[in-house]
Design a protein around this ligand. Structure first.
Ligand SMILES: Cc1cc2nc3c(=O)[nH]c(=O)nc-3n(C[C@H](O)[C@H](O)[C@H](O)COP(=O)(O)O)c2cc1C
Length: 252
């Protein structure tokens, strides 16, 4: 898969070990109940990640950028906590990778999802963890989650905690934002304010916003959260039908 990405012209690959996906589940004591070499203490729970990294490196060769996305915490009771996450950072330091991207949260019900939190003023979510991680690795560190202004991004980099700042929702609102910031326009994007968001509404809103960007409809807005949720669910239903028709239809 990663070698395919390189052949397809991508400039690098990221091993996703965050947000509740498979490798993140292995890291998490909440999900990983194994009693073999891949479970138990963090030494066991991180084993699969380290093996995957080596396999990816072997597949893409020594010069191709490989990043690892890691949760500072699952934000789930009994999940991966910051102490264990720091142990993972320490072990990543000697791995053949080029970047650690710090994130957090999972998509599991009951967990606070980083992308479904309100967008009122606040600070980057995992900066305190990044500061601790900085002391345990010389690898370039990236931090994603909660950055809304140039001054937040600049201060995280200037204080030496991170080398790169990741932006998701800010870019969905204003895809040209990094260029604006580079050109000295320090204004951030205007984030929509959602007072009593329905569950999943904010992520649906941003998902529909990404759809607009993909369809070159940048100047439009997804409208209200309720409208975005309705559109999102309708689209999902259409897709589900298409998938079912494609994968479950019997020939003839
Ligand atoms: C609509 C939407 C889709 C997302 N999809 C992904 C994804 O596929 N993989 C991923 O690692 N993170 C995904 N995220 C999470 C973002 O990468 C990021 O961690 C999160 O939005 C917090 O960063 P921000 O405050 O800059 O938005 C998504 C976020 C949003 C809003």
């Amino acid at each position: 898969m990663h070698a395919l990405a390189r052949a397809a012209g991508f400039a690098g690959v990221q091993v996703h070990a965050a947000h509740g996906f498979l490798l993140s589940q292995f890291l998490s004591p909440l999900f990983n109940r194994r009693d073999d070499a891949y479970g138990g203490s963090i030494t066991g729970r991180r084993r699969l990640l380290l093996e995957v990294i080596q396999a990816v490196r072997d597949a893409v060769g020594p010069a191709f950028p490989v990043a690892v996305k890691l949760n500072a915490s699952d934000q789930l009771e009994g999940g991966l906590d910051q102490e264990d996450a720091l142990e993972v950072v320490k072990s990543l330091d000697s791995q053949p990778i080029d970047l650690i991207d710090i994130s957090g949260g999972t998509y599991f019900p009951g967990a606070r999802s980083a992308s479904d939190t309100g967008t009122a003023a606040g600070s980057p979510y995992f900066l305190a963890f990044a500061r601790r991680a900085r002391r345990h690795t010389t690898l370039p560190l990236m931090l994603t989650g909660g950055f809304k202004t140039l001054s937040q991004a600049r201060s995280a980099v200037d204080e030496g905690s991170v080398d790169i700042v990741g932006l998701a929702r800010a870019l969905a609102i204003e895809p040209e934002l990094p260029r604006h910031w580079q050109q000295g326009q320090s204004a951030g994007p205007t984030f929509p304010r959602f007072d009593t968001p329905p569950e999943g509404g904010i992520t649906a809103w941003y998902t529909m916003r990404l759809t607009q960007l993909a369809e070159d409809r940048d100047d439009e807005s997804p409208g209200s959260l309720e409208q975005a949720l309705t559109d999102y669910e309708a689209r999902d239903q259409t897709r589900t039908l298409a998938w079912c028709r494609h994968f479950y239809s019997t020939p003839g």
